[in-house]
Design a protein around this ligand. Structure first.
Ligand code: HEC
Length: 242
């Protein structure tokens, strides 16, 4: 194979043709990227007033979030509304840093095959989410999102959920002692509300079906931040008024 001249050649000859060197440099590049992502997660410390109005996910929402991660929803969905008009018109308020304080690990995502989900909480009712997860084409003609029928069959394991919540509590997420002492009971109380709401739309689910936890999680997304931003804007508006 004869080389042609040009700058693309330099890359091929000096790097790509030297397997060992290329492997070492690739590992170094990936290591730098990993450190840049990991360090803030362990070192960022919020002032207490910054976290006012932002609370950790409830146990049921934590269980739903674990399902979101397991199913790889982040491969198609971001959770990060950027501060551009094109984004805020479509998705709502841009995302603030403190909104991720209790997102471990964060679900920013790096691809948008589907829309951003950071402000999806409250956008649709629970029945819509159920139908959409069972068959996205039923709510959104032409959707390319996969179906997730097993979420209506598989059960949330209370031991797994307890382990997740306990771990988050050990990282400083402020949970009430009463919640920590009986995580399954806290999950049940919130799940019963979702089950009753779905029943009103003639959808029958059990309290421990995975879909219930996932819906609870999706309905929570972006809500604390939105309420906080609205309150801050009202206060700012109030100051200037006569
Ligand atoms: C292959 C890519 C893909 C995957 C994986 C995927 N989605 Fe989607 N999702 C989409 C697309 C495309 C849309 C837009 C069309 C639609 O509403 O179905 C969408 C829409 C949505 C919406 C509605 C958003 C809005 O504002 O209208 C929600 C909620 C959602 N997805 C949740 C999920 C969850 C939860 C998972 C994981 C269990 C998931 N998606 C996995 C591609 C994907």
């Amino acid at each position: 194979m004869s080389d042609t001249s040009g700058s693309g050649d330099w890359h091929r000859r000096t790097l790509e043709h030297r397997g060992a060197l290329f492997a070492v440099l690739s590992v170094a590049a990936i290591a730098v990227g990993s450190v840049v992502e990991l360090v803030p997660m362990f070192t960022v410390d919020f002032e207490p007033e910054e976290l006012e109005g932002i609370s950790p996910y409830t146990p049921l929402e934590v269980a739903g979030r674990d399902i979101y991660v397991r199913e790889g929803c982040y491969l198609c969905h971001s959770q990060w509304v950027r501060p551009f008009r094109s984004e805020t018109v479509r998705y709502g308020e841009w995302s603030r840093g403190e909104e991720y304080a209790y997102d471990r690990p964060f679900q920013l995502g790096s691809r948008r095959i589907g829309p951003d989900l950071h402000r999806v909480g409250g956008k649709y009712n629970n029945a819509w989410h159920y139908e959409h997860m069972m068959d996205p084409r039923s709510t959104t003609p032409g959707s390319i999102m996969p179906t997730y029928p097993w979420l209506a069959e598989w059960k949330v394991d209370p031991a797994d959920a307890t382990a997740s919540v306990t771990t988050l509590a050990s990282l400083g997420h402020p949970y009430e002692a009463s919640v920590l002492s009986d995580v399954p009971a806290a999950m049940r109380a919130q799940a019963d509300e979702v089950v009753a709401d779905l029943a009103a739309s003639d959808i029958t689910v059990e309290h421990d079906d995975e879909i219930v936890a996932l819906i609870a999680y999706l309905q929570r997304l972006g809500r604390d931040g939105r309420a906080k931003i609205a309150a801050a804007e009202a206060a700012a508006g109030g100051e200037g008024s006569p």
